[in-house]
Design a protein around this ligand. Structure first.
Ligand SMILES: *Cc1c(COP(=O)(O)O)cnc(C)c1O
Length: 358
């Protein structure tokens, strides 16, 4: 049966990206060697790295003065690298979910942390508004898409201090005004590639302002000076990221991607809003275009397990909600086709009809 992959991460990748990766795993460009068994210092790998960086810059429209790095350690290591490199005295954080909270917790090891606003009072089902970013902070950290709670910041904030954003789960899903950010980072495994590589877009002139000792591997400067090759980079994941970016470019780039994502999200949210048994968990204007969280209405709560089973039997994969929200979560990342969203909606409608007519 056809599988519809709604997994939150690692998550769906375009079919041709997986195909091209498996070809390169067998034989890279007909050189008779696997991409996994060549030196990262070789001409062949350097070309892969250069193309990945160039496509990243081109597709995200990154201005001069920024560097694109491909590192290890996941987004979670950035929770520590950001304060290590930037936090002198105080940093500001917006607490919009579990990942944001983890990032702020890590920063507390390096100095004062001011949480400017939190949506924890309502289980993170909205993005706070009307908060003030302190001008004496060294940076302001946000999580643009809250993968677990299904909320998303739909604007590029004006910040008086360097804006640092965890974009793990919405990078390349829409245009971003990069010039408003000091750092953009994320794990690749939501919208870009397999787990194992972390992207960091960093504005060079915000670095070098703290006077603590920074371990070599945790210092952005090390990786800038060595083109992400101070040590062996995650070669195979970087190859796949490059293939995903090629796919995105062929499709028409982030503007086109945003249109497609909006179409998918609108269709699914409308189906949830029209349903008699399902209801969305996020406040309407904070709804994520990447992770759609919904639950059974109170009076139908005991049907949750049955729906999960029914959905699975119809080929739906990964729609069980995160334990901190419950219910269901459909991750509808870039690579997920409209057809899969339609299949999920059909499954929801069939289930609902069946339940209400019995
Ligand atoms: C998945 C995720 C992370 C964690 O990423 P790792 O690469 O596993 O460390 C952090 N932030 C957000 C928003 C995520 O979705």
């Amino acid at each position: 049966m056809k599988k519809h992959n709604f997994s939150a991460g690692p998550s769906i990748l375009p079919g041709e990206v997986i195909e091209n990766t498996s070809k390169a795993v067998s034989d890279l460009n007909g050189i008779g060697l696997s991409v996994m068994e060549i030196s990262h210092r070789s001409k062949d790998f350097q070309a892969i790295m250069d193309e990945a960086v160039d496509l990243f810059k081109e597709l995200l429209d990154i201005p001069n003065g920024y560097q694109v790095l491909f590192l290890g350690g996941g987004a979670s290591l950035q929770f520590c690298m950001v304060p290590f490199n930037l936090l002198g005295k105080k940093a500001a954080y917006l607490e919009t979910g579990s990942w944001a909270k983890k990032a702020a917790k890590e920063a507390k090891n390096f100095g004062e942390v001011e949480v400017v606003a939190s949506s924890g009072d309502k289980n993170y089902n909205y993005i706070p508004e009307g908060f003030k970013i302190p001008e004496d902070a060294d940076y302001f950290h946000i999580t643009t898409n809250n993968t677990i709670f299904g909320t998303q910041i739909h604007e590029d904030y004006d910040s008086p201090v360097p804006l640092v954003a965890d974009m793990s789960s919405d990078i390349f899903s829409r245009p971003v005004n990069v010039s408003k950010y000091g750092i953009i980072y994320g794990g690749a495994q939501k919208n870009l590639g397999p787990a194992g590589v972390t992207f960091v877009v960093v504005k060079e002139d915000i670095l070098g302002k703290v006077d603590r000792m920074i371990p070599t591997m945790l210092n952005y400067k090390t990786h800038i000076d060595n083109g992400s090759m101070f040590n062996t980079p995650p070669c195979l994941p970087i190859f796949t990221v490059k293939e995903t970016l090629k796919w995105l470019k062929k499709l028409g780039g982030v503007k086109k991607m945003e249109e497609k994502n909006r179409e998918k999200a609108t269709l699914l949210y409308n189906a949830i809003d029209d349903s008699k048994i399902f209801t969305g968990t996020a406040e309407e204007k904070s709804r994520s275009m990447m992770n759609v969280c919904f639950v059974m209405k109170k009076e139908y709560e005991d049907l949750s397990d049955e729906f999960l089973k029914y959905a699975q039997s119809n080929g739906m994969v990964g729609i069980k909600g995160h334990r901190s929200v419950g219910g269901f979560r459909a991750s509808i990342y870039n690579a997920l086709p409209l057809e899969s969203v339609k299949a999920l909606i059909a499954t929801m409608n069939e289930f609902e009809e069946c339940m209400l007519n019995n």
